[in-house]
Design a protein around this ligand. Structure first.
Ligand code: ISJ
Length: 356
């Protein structure tokens, strides 16, 4: 054996031992993951990683190798976290905004034991579910007063790999939150999410309070709390007031007493069981095409609970349609309906299956 072969034989022998040790390490990581799942702890533990790196560096005799070994251990921990995420994947759910936002409240109700993972935008919630970073995503779909959350419907259209697997109706009560002790007369400006502002329009007009839109209601509450300025108020839930040390000055300022926001649950796994299903379709721009689709749906005996149309993303003045139908999506007739719609529509896709 020449020196090259000898060195490579040595590498192979070491790699064989490392592989066995890697399996042993990952088995321990799995136990950690299960413990974290049982106790609702996050995967990433910065303090533990610092200790692991410190111990690792101290074990290396050759100072020149130390930074390389630290890199290696850090990589190993990053891989371990990916493995943990996969193991716990079923128990992570994504939402947009900060703790206390309505989406977070809906998520807690839907997945009480899940790790709630926050993302800055709806787009990123869809991407997180798509990549498998989280098993589910919870996003608002429509509000009984302010109407559709069109951007979310467009994201559904643009993510054919995702399904709507559940819906959840959250009664929304919008409250005027202020710094403790503030009077209504001191207020000059209100901050909230655009939808919450729309829902509280009558109240805001009555008291001549200008409003500025923020990415979500909880962020607005946080902003008001941190500003320390008693001329500023936020519109958000009562839960959010408690979270940021604010006071509910006027409860239920929303115009519509039965104000409810419907959230949808996204998943990469195709649902099979439910008493409702939703479809997305596009049509050729010909007379009577939409009527034809509606007739097919009627002929199959499905009650249509909702129909929406939206401009097609990236195609000016062309539209796509969304319908929600009452019925068992696993029934043979549903497959037959989809086959028939396949002929009538330019494109048709089953978007969701859920129970209401
Ligand atoms: C395995 C754990 O989870 C993660 C991975 C670590 C590792 O691979 O050593 C350390 C800390 C955590 O970020 C743990 O918390 O111990």
């Amino acid at each position: 054996m020449d020196t090259l072969e000898q060195a490579r034989a040595e590498i192979d022998a070491v790699d064989a031992q490392l592989a066995a040790l890697f399996e042993r390490r990952m088995a321990a990581v799995l136990s950690v993951a299960q413990y974290k799942q049982a106790h609702g702890l996050p995967i990433f533990d910065a303090a533990r990683e610092a200790v692991v790196l410190e111990k690792a560096a101290a074990r290396i005799q050759n100072a020149a190798l130390r930074p390389y070994y630290k890199d290696h251990v850090q990589n190993m921990m990053d891989v371990a976290k990916q493995y943990e995420a996969e193991v716990l994947g079923r128990n992570r759910a994504a939402y947009q905004g900060v703790e206390g936002a309505f989406a977070h409240i809906a998520l807690r109700a839907l997945f009480p034991h899940a790790e709630a993972v926050s993302y800055p935008t709806w787009d990123e919630v869809f991407d997180a579910v798509s990549r498998g970073d989280t098993a589910h995503g919870v996003v608002p779909f429509e509000n009984s007063h302010a109407g559709d959350v069109s951007a979310v419907l467009d994201l559904c259209y643009n993510h054919p790999e995702l399904w709507v697997v559940d819906v959840y109706d959250l009664p929304i009560s919008q409250n005027l939150l202020v710094l403790p002790g503030t009077q209504l007369a001191q207020l000059r400006h209100v901050y909230s999410h655009q939808q919450a502002i729309a829902q509280s329009e009558t109240f805001l007009k009555q008291f001549r309070l200008p409003a500025t839109a923020m990415p979500n209601t909880a962020m607005a509450a946080k902003f008001v709390a941190e500003s320390g300025d008693p001329s500023k108020a936020a519109i958000a839930s009562a839960e959010t007031a408690a979270l940021y040390g604010l006071e509910v000055l006027v409860p239920s300022i929303n115009t519509d007493g039965d104000n409810t926001t419907r959230f949808i649950v996204l998943s990469r796994e195709k649902p099979t069981v439910g008493n409702r299903f939703s479809l997305l379709f596009t049509l050729d721009n010909k007379p009577g095409k939409l009527a034809e689709v509606i007739q097919v749906i009627g002929r199959f005996g499905y009650d249509m609970e909702s129909i929406k149309s939206r401009p097609l993303p990236h195609v000016p003045f062309d539209y796509y349609f969304y319908v929600e139908l009452v019925g068992d999506p696993s029934a043979d007739e549903t497959a037959a309906l989809l086959r028939e719609l396949d002929h009538t529509c330019r494109t048709v896709r089953l978007l969701g299956v859920y129970t209401k």
